[in-house]
Design a protein around this ligand. Sequence first.
Ligand code: FE2
Length: 290
Amino acid sequence: MAHIIGGIGIAHTPSMGMEYDRGRANGFDSRWGPWFEGLSPVRQWLERIRPTQLIVVYNDHLNHFDFDAYPTLAIGISSRFEQADEGWGRRPWPDMPGNPSFAIPLAEYLVRQSEFDLTVCQSLALDHGVYSWFPCLFDLPWKIPVTPIAVNMVRHPLPTSQRLARLGAEIRAAVQASDAGERVLVIATGGMSHQISGARFGISNQEFDQRFLKALPSEMDALMAIPQEDYMRYGGTEAAELSLWFAMRAALSPDAMPVYDHYTCPQITGCGVLAMTEPQFEQQSTKEQK
Ligand SMILES: [Fe+2]
């Protein structure tokens, strides 16, 4: 049986990726340094819990899909996922590994048992929704297979927070139904407060973001009761991406515990991370290391 051993919620922005590359070469500047330095405990935790599969719930930003056909939910099933060129060229990072042997049964369960209509993508170019933070958490060579699940956060109507929580719960059921002995980490990524267009361009709401980070582990229902329109009102239109984080929390058990969170707002987007663990697997991995 496969197990979900923990989860991560993390923000993404194009500038996060660019600043990471620049900072690795020349040192991080004073705005971005605290964000990258604050990710170190997550890296250390990942080394301790040793996931063998990553399910990444993210959103594309018109870099793979376009308005001709924008799926509400899609899953990537491939042995490699390339980086999308977002208009300024690809950053110097390799493709990410995938594992169809893990992803195909997951898709079969989600479509046939859970009745989630996922568009199956045999190729899926991943944009900054994944590539902006992934190199900050995982050292090269990237060996842990990634199964990306793309959620429409661009074209309205958007899937509701409740539906994304159900998706997370069904991911949990699908993993538990698997007889593969995998240690699965569920990562959900969505920008925190920000708005990249219109009269409110550049707004952020740090208090709102920090309340979300602290409340998600134990008060998800209260956060889901806030309409997505209010997330946009309080945190900018793109703050609706926070609803992806519900998929991560709902993929974990009620007993899951926060192990670390960190927040900064380097430029125009709130950057936060939350790592949560399933206590039984945290103890197990600690014991195995002794
Ligand atoms: Fe985004």
